[in-house]
Design a protein around this ligand. Structure first.
Ligand SMILES: NC(=O)c1ccc[n+]([C@@H]2O[C@H](COP(=O)([O-])OP(=O)(O)OC[C@H]3O[C@@H](n4cnc5c(N)ncnc54)[C@H](OP(=O)(O)O)[C@@H]3O)[C@@H](O)[C@H]2O)c1
Length: 298
């Protein structure tokens, strides 16, 4: 009798770094919502106690630190596809990300999905350097990867809603620079979609929602909250001084003002439809995210 060797088809194992943070946690939740069994998801965090909710849902929680290669190698054992959520430690990110990429290679991870920055090819955003260098490190590592070049989070503004309403104004130096921002939730859903798709080689997605400038942000807040909020545009130097008067030290004020100057130059605008395509639906609108923030914070 002839027997056919049966080949067991196993599901990929997905890991998400920064799973204790806003974006990483949402990405794990998205994978679960899309039907990935919790036993096929690894949540990588520095402090397992911060994600007991995920552990209770059956997610495999593993401790690792971007600064400790041995912990990363151990955490990535058996992982096939990795979402590397960029670190929040600006200035140390390239070294940290390089550690993760090297550990992923050692652990035979077959694909890395990395959350970078919009327009990484040509942006002059002061935060871009480490993201550009990380993409270079990914290329040099020779692993298949997907760069999710994320635009600004709408939450960068929505989290300040109460402050804007109280002051009756938004102050900045972004001029009429347009911002193709999207909600963290949408970026997380896009990251889950990128992890789940079967692609090979290198893919780049420029991700952003419908563009607005800060005048339109103020108009939207006025419409949603019924409180009159306007946008006051300052020069970069004036804005830096205003930030210092509000308590920021000189370096921080210069940095925040430089971010607005970058917006004014168009660094955070994209016409790309990649986000909508990955989501399979339109991105959540600015008004909806503002409205949700209002309902949350009263
Ligand atoms: N596009 C935008 O507008 C925008 C805005 C802000 C940030 N970002 C970038 O997007 C990333 C994700 O955003 P987010 O809102 O989720 O940020 P977040 O809530 O601050 O999360 C950052 C995550 O990075 C983890 N992390 C930091 N240092 C680490 C280390 N040495 N080893 C292991 N994990 C480490 C943190 O772990 P712990 O919980 O242990 O601290 C946390 O889980 C940020 O880290 C930043 O690079 C983008």
């Amino acid at each position: 009798m002839r027997t056919t060797a049966s080949k067991r088809i196993t599901n990929p194992v997905y890991a998400v770094t920064g799973a204790s943070g806003h974006l990483g946690r949402l990405a794990v939740q998205e994978l679960l919502a899309r039907g990935v069994p919790s036993s096929d998801i690894v949540a990588i965090v520095r402090t397992p106690g911060t994600v007991t909710d995920l552990a209770q849902r059956g997610v495999d929680v593993r401790a690792a630190d971007y600064t400790r290669p041995d912990t990363l190698r151990a955490a990535l054992v058996g992982v096939n596809r990795l979402l590397l959520v960029s670190s929040s430690a600006a200035g140390q990110r390239l070294a940290q990300h390089t550690n993760v990429i090297a550990a992923a290679k050692t652990a035979s991870v077959s694909r890395i999905v990395y959350t970078g920055i919009l327009n990484a090819d040509h942006t002059s955003n002061p935060l871009a350097g480490e993201h550009q260098d990380t993409e270079r490190a990914l290329r040099e590592a020779g692993l298949p990867f997907i760069a999710l070049r994320n635009g600004w989070y709408i939450e960068n503004y929505a989290d300040r809603l109460a402050q804007y309403v109280e002051a009756g104004e938004i102050v900045g130096a972004a001029g009429h620079g347009r911002i193709s921002a999207a909600s963290r939730h949408d970026y997380a859903a896009a990251a889950a979609a990128a992890l789940l798709q079967n692609s090979e080689g290198v893919r780049i997605y420029e991700l952003g929602g419908s563009a607005f400038d800060l005048f339109e942000l103020a108009e939207t807040i006025t419409k949603v909250t019924s409180a009159i909020v306007s946008y006051r545009n300052l020069s970069v130097d004036e804005y830096k001084s205003a930030l210092q008067r509000s308590g920021l030290d000189e370096n921080a004020a210069e940095f925040v003002a430089a971010l607005d100057a970058s917006i004014a130059r168009g660094d955070l605008e994209t016409k790309s439809q990649d986000l909508e395509q990955l989501l399979g639906r339109p991105a959540t609108s600015l008004a909806d995210v503002i409205s949700e923030a209002r309902n949350h914070h009263g």
